[in-house]
Design a protein around this ligand. Sequence first.
Ligand code: CUA
Length: 342
Amino acid sequence: MTTTSSAYSIAAGWRRGPRRVLRLVLAGPFLTLMGCSGRQSILDPAGSDASQLLQLFWVMLTGAVIIWLAVIGLYLFVTQLRTGPMPRPAAETVIIGGGILLPLVVLIALVSYGLNIMPEQRAPGDGLKVRVIGERWWWRVEYLPPGAETPIVSANELRLPVGQRTEIELEAAKVIHAFWVPALGGKTDMIPGQLNRMSLEPTRVGTFRGQCTEFCGLSHALMAFEAVVMPEQEFAGWLARQAEPAAAAGVADPGRELFFAEGCGACHTVMGTAAVGAVGPDLSHVGSRVSLAAAALPMNREALVRWIRDAKAVKPGAEMPAYDHLSESELQALAGWLESLQ
Ligand code: CUA
């Protein structure tokens, strides 16, 4: 997209003078580099796996640049400096050396380096295990602390303790997805009927962005999530709260009444209530999440209202039906109760 638009800009700029073209050419890499920091960038790692991949990236890039410079140098040499025919022995040396030996040495070196870091990328976890299941188009997330019999269920958000290696099990419900938090590690496919595994070791506390990176249908681009890396103690407290019903779950409330009257519990679970549906995301602590609808919306009252009124308007193809028959005050009440599920 950027490449095409810069190509158009350069063509348009050419008509207005070469200096403008030069400015555009210089601005290109600068603008590209501006996207390198931030919470969804491989160039700004917050995990040991991502740091290792970044090092691999720099090694590969350096290798590629050196080879590119050598090839261009050779090209300029034979087209500008020594344009006459080359004696046969020299030509054979160039072909055998540059065409066979050099690529062999370079590729073997780069592949060995790449394969060498693979075992570390597949290291087993320290204790906590998280199962993430790709749904259309959201993430089912289940935490399994060591010794736990039943998972602690959440959705659309991944929380991890800093400094620990968490085992991540990946599955998919219907179609292929791919799990990727660029700041924390590499990506892994999520395939229906196959259990894939990886592990992540965050090194920095913060909120990072994950994104589905395998085209999975209409709302693929809207299938994201927040990866929240927390200090160890804070994470333990958070997980303990997730295992219990939210305080507001059992409290009488007009929004709560609407939730059951509208049949929301057929698809959603709210721990501590009669709602045990498993079709859609678990809502037991939905109000405490950073985002809504797999990071398509922020988590606040207005976004909840917008989502409940017409989910498909936010996320095309979403299975959640529209509740546009509810009045504004009813939507506000329902959203208010969901928001209180902390
Ligand atoms: Cu899920 Cu793309």
